[in-house]
Ligand binder design. Structure first.
Ligand SMILES: Cc1cc2nc3c(=O)[nH]c(=O)nc-3n(C[C@H](O)[C@H](O)[C@H](O)COP(=O)(O)O)c2cc1C
Length: 328
């Protein structure tokens, strides 16, 4: 039986960002935050041989694997893969509005077929040791329609799932890019509050527009959990405060040279298996808002060109030694 996991603070799935390397950094900074992989298409997960740089789970639990797809057999196979990789949860993406994803019949366009989504979620439930969840929007198109959202949730919950992550804005499927779809449709947190009142036994995690830890704190008093994306994309180091603020741990994590050593020890065996940029990019945000950070960053970029990992580790170490108190 899956032990009870607290999803009070979650890092959103982000393609190109929540890589295994980034997740490893997140886990160094916070032991409790609930993590997500990037989205992976079901067919890629099943058929491609080069998925490790997306799906590897090096004890990064608690963690969910997010998939995009709408074919029952494929989804079931993906749930088995996620279970074998020791993920705690498999999550169905019903929120991505991109044209490519719509072409593959997954993502936000699935909100238009609630029965199909219910059946997808049912197919994914392979055993009690891996939770099944959904990440969706509050609707489709320009207008708010609570009834539409409520009917969608009511139907998909018949699959038996207990966890719903809601990006609290509509998805606009035509004329808007995925980036526009994260900014232009207005947020509506009230829908998430209201749906929770109707389904009190379900965990609803609020996502969208939570851009400071303070805001996350306030919202977590009202909601079962909150999920943040771009806040962490811009500055993963703010995760060091999460265990103390959200999980009542006695002290917050202190960034030190050990942080860098632990991170490099993780990526060293992976050198050559992925690009130097993907291996190191999670650490680059360490310079965020720190005086002279730019100088170090330029130095880092110059050494990335030479693939000089030893030198790179030294530069990060000297930065942290000099500036650890200033890292946000
Ligand atoms: C670069 C980037 C990639 C994203 N990739 C995914 C993804 O793979 N799956 C998904 O469900 N959402 C994805 N999203 C959306 C986020 O999970 C989240 O719903 C959105 O950014 C709103 O949260 P925020 O305001 O805290 O950033 C992505 C967002 C960004 C910025």
């Amino acid at each position: 039986m899956n032990k009870i996991i607290d999803r009070k603070f979650c890092v959103a799935p982000m393609m190109g960002y929540t890589t295994p390397y980034a997740r490893n950094l997140y886990r160094i900074l916070s032991k409790k935050t609930f993590l997500f992989s990037e989205m992976i298409a079901t067919k890629t997960l099943i058929h491609s041989k080069n998925t490790q740089s997306i799906i590897a789970n090096d004890n990064q639990n608690p963690i969910a694997l997010q998939v995009g797809g709408s074919e029952y057999d494929d989804l079931q196979k993906c749930a088995k893969i996620a279970y074998e990789l020791n993920y705690n949860e498999i999550n169905l993406n019903v929120g991505c509005p991109s044209k490519a994803v719509q072409k593959g019949s997954f993502g936000a366009c699935l909100m238009q077929d609630k029965t199909l989504v219910k059946n997808c979620l049912s197919a994914m439930q392979i055993n009690k040791n891996i939770e099944v969840s959904i990440k969706c929007r509050i609707g489709i198109g320009k207008n708010f329609n609570y009834n539409y959202f409520e009917e969608f949730i009511d139907e998909i919950l018949k699959s038996g799932i207990k966890i719903v992550y809601v990006h609290a804005r509509n998805a606009i499927l035509n004329g808007f890019s995925p980036k526009d779809n994260r900014n232009i449709p207005p947020l509506n947190y009230d829908f998430v509050k209201k749906i929770k009142e109707q389904f009190p036994h379900i965990t609803f995690v609020l996502n969208g527009g939570i851009d400071t830890i303070e805001k996350a704190m306030d919202l977590s008093k009202i909601h079962d959990g909150i999920m943040v994306g771009r806040l962490i994309q811009n500055n993963p180091f703010c995760l060091r405060k999460v265990d103390s603020i959200f999980y009542n741990d006695t002290s917050s994590y202190k960034i030190s040279e050990d942080t860098i050593i632990e991170y490099f020890n993780y990526i060293k065996p992976k050198i050559g298996t992925d690009s130097i940029y993907r291996l190191l990019s999670p650490l680059l945000n360490i310079f965020f808002g720190v005086a002279d950070g730019k100088k170090f960053k330029i130095h880092i970029h110059a050494n990335m060109k030479n693939n000089n990992f030893e030198k790179l580790e030294k530069i990060f170490l000297s930065f942290v030694k000099e500036k650890s108190l200033l890292i946000h």
